[in-house]
Ligand binder design. Structure first.
Ligand code: PLP
Length: 382
């Protein structure tokens, strides 16, 4: 179908920070499959994990016990707010599970509240509920019946949120760092205000960390450095390091409403996905990994800020944290992406005329410096 356009560039293999095209050209990959290949391409530990699992057992279904999923859920629970985890196969599915938990919780309380408040410029996926949440006409037109049960408040504006809450509101969904919207980190004071409103009105707070989670911002989940804990969190993308896997993390209070048979997924939590996700998490939780990541993130952002300061006529600002950084452009972002691609560097387009940079979490200083050199050359020759 024509929904992806007709891209020409094709890659044959990848190694670490690099992709190699069908024409044999090497590209520095700071797109990483849109923040998916968290440990770069073909990380040896992930290759070992998936190869071993591929030779052992691929799929059984949740009709049978899958201890690898219990192990991964246990690890996630031990390092986050969550008491329970539901595994699925994509970000949108993880978000959908969160929406269902919000509604199911109020249903279990015999309350009629079922509406969810989302934020302007948000992105939560392409399923019917997730497009209804984001309300982006490009994604919604012709697809929706009614409003799907979502209201919208202005991202970062507490008064707007206060005015949007009604007696029907069941919960609030926020990306702690907006990704598609253009790498916008939520203000932690605002987030504390959101949490207070949730407590005052008995609302469920959900974070969509599909893009900003799994180490991307320098902590395992972004909320851990923003000082506000959700009741439910959607995770995916980087969790499988390139293998499709999603997870919905929740507190006991919410999770217990998902009684046997009330929700499910044929492929969710399958042994192949779980083997890779366990290996990703083990790598991220290894001593020193997060510290180095955070330090590299600070270094890269500072260098980008210097670059932006040297080209004020081209770049307005640098945004983001960790390895989730954005350049807010004065020049056309699509043209910048094309020129970077011409210089063999891959980045991703973001909202608000920005570009998004997603180095792998284990990127080296020399690879960051290589990216800075390419960016500097492209900007200097504008
Ligand atoms: N939520 C956020 C914040 C995302 O960035 C995305 C994808 O970009 C999704 C949800 C949807 O994830 P998926 O494309 O895996 O369904």
């Amino acid at each position: 179908m024509p929904n992806y356009g007709t891209p020409e560039l094709e890659f044959r293999h990848g190694q670490g920070c690099y992709l190699f095209s069908s024409k044999g050209e090497r590209y520095l990959d700071f797109a990483m499959g849109i923040a998916v290949n968290s440990l770069g391409h073909c990380h040896p530990d992930l290759v070992t994990a998936i190869t071993h699992q591929a030779n052992t057992l691929w799929h059984t279904s949740n009709l049978y016990r899958i201890t690898r999923s219990e192990r991964l859920a246990g690890k996630l629970a031990s390092v986050t707010f969550a008491d329970h985890v539901f595994f699925c196969n994509s970000g949108a599915e993880a978000v959908e599970c969160g929406f269902k938990l919000i509604r199911r919780f109020h249903y279990s309380q015999k309350s009629k509240r079922n509406r969810i408040i989302s934020m302007t410029d948000s992105f939560h996926g392409r399923t019917l509920a997730t497009i209804a949440a984001s309300k982006n006409p490009l994604h919604c037109d012709g697809f929706l019946v009614g409003d799907g049960g979502f209201d919208q408040a202005v991202f970062g504006d507490l008064d707007s949120l206060r005015q949007t809450i009604t007696e029907h509101t069941a919960g609030i969904v926020i990306e702690p760092v907006q990704g598609e919207g253009g790498i916008r980190v939520v203000d932690s004071e605002y987030l504390k205000g959101v949490k207070d409103l949730c407590q005052q009105h008995d609302l469920i707070l959900m974070f969509d960390e599909v893009q900003c989670g799994v180490g991307r911002t320098g902590s395992l989940y972004a909320y851990q450095q923003l000082g506000v804990t959700p009741d439910v969190l959607a995770s995916a993308k980087g969790l499988g390091g390139g293998f499709p896997v999603g997870a919905c993390l929740a507190t006991e209070k919410l999770a217990k409403t998902l009684t046997a048979g009330s929700h499910g997924s044929t492929f969710g939590g399958n042994p192949l996905a779980m083997s890779v996700a366990n290996a990703v998490l083990d790598t991220l939780m290894a001593p020193g990994f997060m510290t180095e990541l955070a330090e590299n993130g600070v270094y890269f952002k500072e260098q980008l800020q210097q670059l932006a300061a040297a080209h004020p006529e081209l770049i307005i600002a640098v945004s983001g944290i960790g390895m989730m950084l954005g350049l807010q452009c004065k020049i056309d972002n699509i043209e910048l992406i094309a020129r970077l691609q011409g210089a063999n560097m891959l980045v991703v387009r973001g909202g608000g005329n920005s570009i998004r940079l997603f180095p792998p979490l284990n990127v080296s200083r020399s690879e960051l410096d290589e990216a800075l050199t390419i960016l500097s050359d492209v900007l200097s020759n504008w």
